[in-house]
Ligand binder design. Structure first.
Ligand code: BGP
Length: 476
């Protein structure tokens, strides 16, 4: 057994989101996923929608106590635009929404848990999609900034940590290219417009934060799902494909968010392929001037890449970035078969090195990482505790790699698991469970899993015990 010590004041915690934990209780607007479920419930795993989720709206006090019990010192969730705001044009407030988020913040603080908030976690009000075209509309950017300002004014006396968006690239991919998020449009040019508008929305919210924030310690960032590309081989075509994959999967949001500018190679491709977004000089200026203070990195899996099989010059074909790279199914990869994602903890080390080397050693934390397992109830022991040793191994391996990059000088200040309590998950609904705490979705009875007790020990001591076989595995 090897012991690895983490820095003092390290954030040990977990992340969820408003739409995935709260339930739709007492909410008079639908977000895009509420609307999708109302109109096409058959798209959701087992036909289960966001109505109850994990009941956080009603049980947040007990839930937060349980989070304290497993050693969490920080929690990220998101403020639902559709819960806080009454009229989107003027960003007038709903009293119950204000009351609810105030109560959540105060309960976190009472329990010694740092409340960390995202302002958007895929959840656009459905009526803004229908009225204005959602993230394709510049007016929706204005409305998002008004909502953000309300959040800063209401809560920044107690909330220090803010994130403008969670995984904006997923909004682009799911909503405008690959059909897994409402509005389920398939149109590469629109996808790129949405990407730019999301970036401007993030930068303008940051600009607003700089004037509305009431907290001298306050900081603001963005949460990006970085999926480092690994080329199939050293051959030039595979290397090139990897470069392009990095442009579209990571640098599309990372460069403007952290450096204030887009990679020139990306802009050239968009122009050449006639999918360039509409943008004004003022918008580029806002992006340039409002970079993030710190970064949240969601990491689940790497992206293996090979050169595309087909020519990028195909005719009469919709535009997708995949004309420049293709996903590569690497033989011998380690998989989480339930979720269908490769397990490659070494990528966390590479992410840390990348941030250190290419982004000025920006402060960052792991804002999501985790292992979704289906039918997890099968691992429940006689005492009713889920024995999720696989999750303990998964987190140990990732923390081991994280420790390595911190030891090499990367400026990482925390680790958040996805997720504290099993929660609802978009089209996958309750298929895969990720929590340190199990949730019986029929009774809403919550029970700490073996990994929750394990996490408590790590969080309270700042010490990770790494079994020798894990150390040996990463030696090769
Ligand atoms: C991230 C999202 C989360 C969560 C997680 C697990 O991309 O930010 O909201 O859903 O993935 O993914 P899934 O539930 O699809 O297995």
């Amino acid at each position: 057994m090897v012991k690895k010590e983490f820095p003092k004041d390290f954030w040990w915690g977990a992340a969820t989101s408003g739409p995935q934990c709260e339930g739709r209780f007492n909410k008079n607007h639908a977000n895009n996923f509420d609307y999708l479920f109302d109109t096409k419930p058959e798209l959701f795993h087992d036909g289960i929608g966001p109505d109850t989720a994990s009941n956080f709206y009603n049980s947040f006090r007990e839930d937060i106590k349980m989070m304290k019990e497993i050693g969490m010192n920080s929690l990220r969730t998101s403020i639902q635009w559709t819960r806080l705001i009454a009229d989107f044009e003027e960003a007038t407030l709903r009293e119950d929404g204000v009351r609810f988020y105030n109560d959540v913040i105060d309960t976190c603080i009472e329990n010694g848990i740092r409340p960390v908030f995202a302002l958007n976690h895929f959840d656009l009000p459905a009526e803004l999609e229908h009225k204005y075209g959602g993230w394709l509309s510049k007016h929706v950017i204005d409305l998002y900034v008004k909502f953000a300002e309300q959040c800063f004014v209401l809560f920044s006396d107690r909330v220090v940590d803010w994130f403008t968006f969670n995984e904006p690239v997923v909004v682009v991919e799911g909503g405008y290219m690959y059909n897994f998020h409402y509005p389920m449009v398939v149109d590469g040019k629109k996808a790129m417009q949405a990407a730019f508008n999301l970036q401007v929305a993030s930068a303008r919210a940051i600009a607003n934060f700089r004037k509305s924030n009431k907290n001298s310690l306050g900081k603001i960032g963005i949460v990006l799902n970085l999926t480092p590309p690994y080329p199939r081989s050293d051959c030039e075509a595979d290397q090139q494909a990897s470069f392009y994959a990095n442009l579209f999967k990571n640098r599309l949001f990372m460069d403007p968010s952290a450096l204030g500018a887009y990679p020139s190679e990306l802009l050239e491709i968009l122009k050449k392929d006639k999918v360039m977004w509409e943008a004004s000089q003022e918008e580029y200026q806002v992006v340039k001037e409002n970079t993030i203070d710190y970064l949240g990195v969601n990491f689940y899996h790497p992206f293996r890449v090979k050169a595309p099989e087909l020519s990028s010059d195909a005719l009469a074909c919709d535009w997708f970035p995949e004309r420049y790279f293709e996903h590569y199914e690497m033989p011998g990869r380690r998989m989480n078969m339930d979720r269908g994602w490769e397990i490659f903890p070494q990528a966390l080390y590479d992410i840390g090195e990348n941030i250190k080397g290419n982004y000025g050693n920006l402060p960052w934390f792991v804002s999501e990482n985790g292992m979704g397992v289906s039918r997890e109830i099968r691992w429940t022991n006689a005492k009713g505790v889920v024995e999720d040793d696989y999750r303990i191994q998964f987190v140990t391996e990732h923390l081991y790699q994280l420790h390595k990059t911190i030891a090499a000088g990367s400026n990482c200040f925390g680790y958040h698991m996805w997720t504290p309590i099993d929660c609802w998950s978009w089209l996958n609904s309750y298929k895969n469970r990720y929590g340190f705490i199990a949730n019986d979705v029929h009774t809403q009875i919550k029970t700490i899993k073996k990994s929750g007790y394990w996490f408590k020990k790590v969080a309270e001591s700042d010490i990770l015990e790494v079994p020798q076989e894990i150390v040996d595995k990463f030696m090769v």
